[in-house]
Ligand binder design. Sequence first.
Ligand code: HEM
Length: 164
Amino acid sequence: MSNNDSTSTHNDAEPQSPVAPIVYFGNTPEDQQVGVRKLVDLFYDEMDQNPNFERIRKLHPMHLDHSREKFYLFLSGWLGGPDLYSPQFGHPRLRMRHMPFPISSEDRDQWLLCMVNALRAMALPEKVIEGLMLSFFRTADWMRNQPDPEGSAKGLSTISIKGE
Ligand code: HEM
């Protein structure tokens, strides 16, 4: 990789997932799973319906049912709940699984905005949202696989977690 390739600036190690924020999603394990499903639905509804996210929407299949299910299974474990993804699909290998899709800083930022809007709609405590967004940022940034235009500062996130 050349020095101009901004995707080479991140560490190759997978970023850590956050420490058990699932406790904020409900009072019982059952409620927590309902909460995670709700977050996933809000996230994909936002991607599907908000024209600001057209760019990343186009990377996804026409029907989002499968995407919703897989993201839910993954997030359950990532948020500190039961690991529902690996028994079915093996190690997530997220960076590798995202390689078929071109992901630039702009795509990363759209994804993060979509997520912050979904988290806001869940009315979680502000500190929890901030902590989650930091973890999501690290993971989303690690997924970038397209260099940014020469001379641009796009490798740095242009979004603030305040969302829209
Ligand atoms: C950086 C911006 C991102 C873009 C543009 C993006 C886009 C996509 C696309 C197009 C797919 C394939 C379609 C699908 O199965 O729904 C996918 C799958 C997936 N994404 Fe992302 N994604 C991003 C970030 C993330 C992040 C930060 C996470 C986790 C925190 C994540 C978790 C997943 C999972 C678990 C799958 C299913 C993987 C599989 O088993 O095939 N993605 N993503």
